[in-house]
Design a protein around this ligand. Structure first.
Ligand code: SF4
Length: 231
């Protein structure tokens, strides 16, 4: 495009429009993932290695500027249970691993009550980078990051998704229903209609321990949905 035409289009705002349209394809405020070819469509075809490499270098949203580490997820890539959380906290950001703080210890206890070790499930968050001050994810951040989680779930092919916390549940299911109405029911995720059970986030239980009993109820319910056993 010659300079004069660019100047005219710029005056008309056309340059801005076309740049924005290009960015929306890649979900990237700066277009900086273009060199990795990581559009939503290409992410949906990635294998584990490509997925991990792309997440580690991801700059799709502004959280890339404030994270210490990306938090990809851990566990058995062929697990029956897939645990979905909201986003990394300070401990997770420091270690690059999900659910490693006090909340993580509580999650490990909950899983153990179902006869599952951390190594027997796959654990990942909706967001792979920590929101500053542990604020809630923005809708744009969820939109940018969710293709990674969707691909992880597609690769694991779990028989049950155990989703912890209202934000994670709403982000995963694409609803704005409060957790009080999401608990105690079997939801279906994705084209394979994977049974999904919702419970409280461990960090919430640490603040409101009186709700631990409800979490055990949710766990028993999830075990029933999964066929009576965890593993
Ligand atoms: S939160 Fe997700 S989309 Fe945003 S930079 Fe991190 S990995 Fe990329």
């Amino acid at each position: 495009m010659d300079k004069r035409r660019a100047s005219v289009l710029s005056t008309l705002g056309v340059e801005r429009y076309s740049a924005r349209a290009k960015r929306s394809d890649a979900c990237d405020e700066r277009g900086s993932l273009a060199h990795l070819g990581a559009t939503d469509e290409t992410i949906a075809a990635f294998g584990w290695d490509e997925l991990a490499t792309t997440v580690a270098a991801c700059t799709r949203c502004a959280l890339s500027a404030t994270r210490t580490n990306t938090v990809f997820g851990v566990g058995d890539q062929r697990a029956r249970w897939f645990v979905v959380g909201e986003a990394p906290g300070a401990d997770e950001d420091a270690k690059g691993e999900p659910f490693v703080g006090r909340g993580g210890q509580l999650l490990t206890s909950v899983l153990r009550a179902a006869g599952l070790s951390r190594e027997q499930v796959f654990i990942a968050n909706v967001l792979k980078c920590r929101p500053p001050e542990n604020r809630n994810p923005t809708p744009d951040e969820v939109r940018c990051c969710k293709p990674y989680l969707e691909r992880q779930i597609a690769l694991v092919k779990p028989s049950l998704i155990f989703c912890v916390g209202q934000i994670a549940a709403q982000s995963l299911l694409g609803v704005d229903t409060p957790i009080s109405k999401l608990r105690g029911a079997v939801h279906e995720y994705g084209p394979d209609k994977i049974p999904t059970v919702i419970t409280y986030h461990p960090a919430y239980l640490l603040r409101s321990p009186r709700n631990k009993q409800k979490t055990w109820d949710d766990l028993r319910f999830a075990m029933g949905v999964a066929g009576g056993v965890g593993a």
